[in-house]
Design a protein around this ligand. Structure first.
Ligand code: SF4
Length: 354
């Protein structure tokens, strides 16, 4: 069911990828067929492709890495049926299920985010959209978090109306996450309770409200290369500032359980394609990083410039110390200004009570 397959073709020369990078650096868009070629390129040319991608990444972001910290503020209670999601109404995954966290719990999460040198604190709820009570709670706590910690706030609350987006912006939310997840064509295969266009509508409402956009996708859900390119191009047309690229963690108890067949080289090619199509967007290696990129995680940083530090919504990430060490070993730096990716003090952190 994997989708990002490596076709055996004769390898293109390093020059080809370099020329493509030069084109992007001249601020010219790459074509759809160029993007598909990246996904279909051979393993033999992977290092050449990565080197060319790194020219683009370095132009916009140098060798910096941004960290994001996720807080699952309401877990496992979603009425939607997204087939990849452990928190959907049709999921039988064994995950924590709890209602909207209290203010002290959300503030404690913000403290952890700041101590881990995350630039952004992502407040996420499992929901079709926020209830009035949840929206109000987010709007109330955001100024408190910002007064105490030097953090950007990204809210991921499901579908939003223009009025809801405006209220979030007025409360000081910087960015809204709402992933396109896959292409418009493939969307109905992964979800029946809302549409791709409803997702686009939320992004447009957020843009109109003056919020920055965080939107990306999940790779490995039975899509074709063309689907991935369609999604990347749609993100480009919306000038999305921040793009999380997830690799399907086919969690037991979800309809997509056991279906993922990605390999690390496919994941790297997908990151390269996303960078070439969206050269100046912050590109994040998101969920599934550890299980799909495995020993090649560090190479992902030649295309992407950010990661989540710590755990994902319902699954564990690797230890923050391992991420700091990977960044330091690459010679890259955290974009918080921390020298040489030196790990911040994280002593005294206590797990959150959920
Ligand atoms: S809307 Fe979000 S939380 Fe709900 S099932 Fe879909 S992905 Fe999961």
């Amino acid at each position: 069911m994997s989708t990002v397959q490596s076709l055996s073709k004769s390898p293109l020369s390093g020059n080809h990828w370099n020329e493509l990078a030069s084109k992007v650096l001249r601020e010219e868009d790459i074509s759809r067929s160029d993007a598909v070629h990246i996904l279909e390129s051979s393993d033999e040319e992977l290092l050449d492709l990565l080197a060319a991608t790194f020219r683009v990444r370095r132009h916009f972001f140098g060798t910096t890495v941004q960290l994001f910290f996720l807080m699952n503020a309401k877990s496992g209670l979603c009425p939607e049926d997204c087939s990849y999601c452990s928190q959907s109404k049709i999921s039988e995954a064994e995950i924590p299920r709890y209602n909207f966290l209290s203010e002290p719990q959300l503030l404690e999460g913000a403290r952890m985010a700041a101590e881990r040198n995350s630039k952004t604190y992502c407040i996420v709820i499992s929901a079709r959209g926020p209830s009035e009570r949840e929206l109000e709670a987010v709007c109330r706590i955001v100024p408190k978090i910002k007064a105490q910690f030097n953090l950007n706030i990204c809210a991921c609350l499901g579908l939003l109306t223009p009025q809801q987006a405006q209220r979030l912006a007025a409360a000081g939310v910087d960015k809204v996450n709402h992933n396109l997840n896959t292409s418009r064509r493939h969307y109905a295969n992964i979800c029946s309770t809302h549409t791709y266009d409803e997702r686009v509508g939320t992004l447009e409402a957020c843009r109109d409200a003056g919020l920055a956009l965080c939107s990306g996708g999940i790779i490995g859900m039975g899509e074709t290369h063309e689907d991935l390119v369609d999604m990347a191009m749609d993100l480009r047309s919306m000038h999305v500032e921040s793009i999380p690229v997830n690799f399907l963690n086919s969690i037991d108890g979800t309809p997509l359980q056991g279906t993922s067949q990605l390999n690390p080289r496919d994941c790297l090619r997908a990151l390269c394609m996303m960078r070439f199509v969206n050269p100046s967007s912050e590109l994040r290696i998101a969920g599934g990083r550890e299980i799909h990129l495995r020993s090649m995680q560090a190479l992902g940083f030649y295309a992407a410039n950010s990661i989540f530090i710590g755990d994902y919504l319902t699954t564990k990430g690797q230890l923050p110390e391992e991420d700091y060490s990977m960044i330091r070993d690459l010679g890259f730096t955290l974009s918080t200004g921390l020298e040489s990716g030196e790990p911040p003090t994280i002593a005294g952190l206590t797990p959150l009570e959920k």
